[in-house]
Write a protein that binds this ligand. Structure first.
Ligand code: PEP
Ligand code: MN
Length: 259
């Protein structure tokens, strides 16, 4: 039996960010490219997503890559591009922070702070993020147990956060056919035991555009309050996670199936 930490029990069930409410009954869509690669492609994709009814966009500026030689994101240079796109298209924005410096750079432009899988157990970063007063999206580490995940969320809560959204994004198992295994059981369990809204990231779990829709449907069936999905206009040309990004047509079809 896993003990639910005390401050997690006091977290709020419904979290409003801009025009979206997580945990309020409506499925919330967050969509956008893995990384913001340049101003024009970002502007175009968020504009198109807006036409599909998406009012919450994602896009990494500081990218934690497995190779130090891979594209690391536009970093601080991308902030102004995102700010301009938000001004034009009026969407809420979530992006990942890696450390104190990136947190400081991103705070003015992000509506929700994303703690990525690799930093799920970075307790010092959790303390900093939890103290900002912003909604935090905490992604489960890919080798993190439920007790450890709740401990990480408790770090946010102990620093003052009460608006915490938990994200299941897949864990390491013996499977070779998906990049990670989306733990739908964990989604169902969390929805029964903690107040925090729970969303799924079927993109990073699947690692393959073709498998994103079935994983999303499974997450929805398990009770997820929403999803964060990687979408770009030309997936094959992107510099980051090309294989798993949906093109607009595939995203639109998946969204239609769900709405
Ligand atoms: C991301 O969402 O950009 C990302 C890197 O995901 P994760 O931390 O789940 O690997
Ligand atoms: Mn990605």
């Amino acid at each position: 039996m896993i003990e639910i930490p005390p401050k997690i029990r006091q977290c709020v069930r419904e979290i409003r960010v801009g025009r979206n409410v997580f945990g309020g009954g409506d499925f919330v869509w967050i969509a956008g490219p893995c990384a913001v690669e340049d101003g024009e492609s970002f502007r175009r994709i968020v504009g198109e997503l807006g036409k599909l009814g998406v009012t919450f966009c994602r896009g990494g500026l500081f990218k934690p890559r497995s190779s130090p030689y891979a594209f690391q994101g536009l970093r601080a240079e991308g902030v102004e591009l995102v700010r301009r796109a938000k001004e034009e298209f009026h969407f809420s924005f979530v992006t990942e922070v890696l450390d104190e410096a990136s947190l400081r750079v991103l705070l003015p432009v992000t509506d929700m702070i994303q703690i990525g899988s690799r930093n799920c157990l970075n307790y010092e970063l959790l303390k900093l993020a939890g103290a900002t007063g912003k909604v935090v999206l905490l992604k489960r580490g890919f080798a993190v147990t439920m007790a450890e995940f709740l401990g990480a969320a408790e770090y946010l809560a102990a620093s003052g956060a009460r608006e915490i959204i938990l994200c299941e994004r897949g864990i390491r198992t013996v499977t070779e056919v998906t990049r990670f295994t989306l733990d739908v059981g964990a989604i169902a369990w969390l929805k029964r035991h903690v107040p925090c809204p729970v969303i799924a990231d079927p993109s990073h779990a699947a690692g393959d555009a073709e498998l994103v829709a079935p994983l999303l449907l499974a997450a929805h069936a398990a009770g997820a309050d929403g999803a964060i999905v990687e979408v770009s206009q030309c997936p094959e040309e992107t510099r980051c996670d090309a294989k798993q990004q949906l093109d607009l047509a595939a995203f639109a079809q998946m969204k239609r199936q769900m709405d």
